[in-house]
Write a protein that binds this ligand. Structure first.
Ligand SMILES: [Zn+2]
Length: 220
């Protein structure tokens, strides 16, 4: 995670953050860098650059299975657990690459390949965003978040709207506000695939590629 400390970019991992859990959002933030998982994932086979201990407990199988079962009508409880276990395996152990994970989901659940890919990408991204959030208490400083789109021509309207809403509020907002803006933007674009019911998981639409960047709150 990169923290903007008043113009100076510092890595939060150098500040010895405490490990925390947050039952409201159901994630277990770890110290680490936003986008690190993408880097590792795209370099399967290369040396893992981070201490594997940092990656433990990234995926809570029961919690993620509940989400998958709830939000994908065609996925049974049993298959939701299977998918969550595959996500855990690929995101914590690096013993599967992305393609293998998707193939395993198809072969073990019977989902169509395109749908398996969507579920895999969407949930993996949701987990990565949750991981990039930290309620680390840096000497009483609180954190704010900005929303960063992929910066290409394929930015989803939901994410364009989230970015506009965050910019109107000064470019960074507390986590609770960001979740509400994701929900609002997804409602505005519900006809274009917006998923307001998934704002709590940082999913404004399926197959999102935007990331959250954390900043030390100016009020800290
Ligand atoms: Zn998006």
């Amino acid at each position: 995670m990169v923290v903007d400390g008043g113009g100076e970019i510092i890595k939060i991992s150098t500040l010895s953050p405490t490990r925390a859990s947050n039952t409201k959002y159901g994630y277990y933030p770890l110290e680490g860098e936003t986008g690190m998982s993408d880097f590792i994932d795209s370099n399967t086979g290369a040396d893992v650059l981070v201490d594997e201990e940092l990656l433990e407990d990234k995926v809570d199988v029961e919690y993620r299975a509940d989400i998958i079962e709830t939000h994908y009508d065609e996925v049974s409880r049993e298959n939701a657990v299977t998918i969550a276990e595959i996500l855990k395996s690929v995101m914590e152990g690096y013993d599967l690459n992305k393609r293998e994970a998707r193939e395993k989901i198809v072969s073990e659940t019977g989902l169509r390949e395109a749908r398996a890919t969507t579920v895999y990408r969407t949930e993996r991204h949701s987990i990565q965003l949750a991981e990039s959030v930290s309620e680390v208490d840096l000497d009483g400083m609180s954190m704010e978040y900005s929303w960063s789109t992929a910066g290409d021509n394929a930015v989803h309207p939901v994410c364009e709207t989230i970015t506009e809403m965050v910019d109107k509020r000064g470019g960074q907002v507390p986590l609770e506000t960001l979740v509400e803006l994701i929900r609002a933007a997804a409602e505005v674009h519900a006809d274009e695939g917006g998923t307001p019911e998934r704002a709590d998981h940082f999913v404004g639409h399926e197959e999102c590629r935007s990331v959250m960047l954390s900043h030390i709150s100016p009020d800290s």
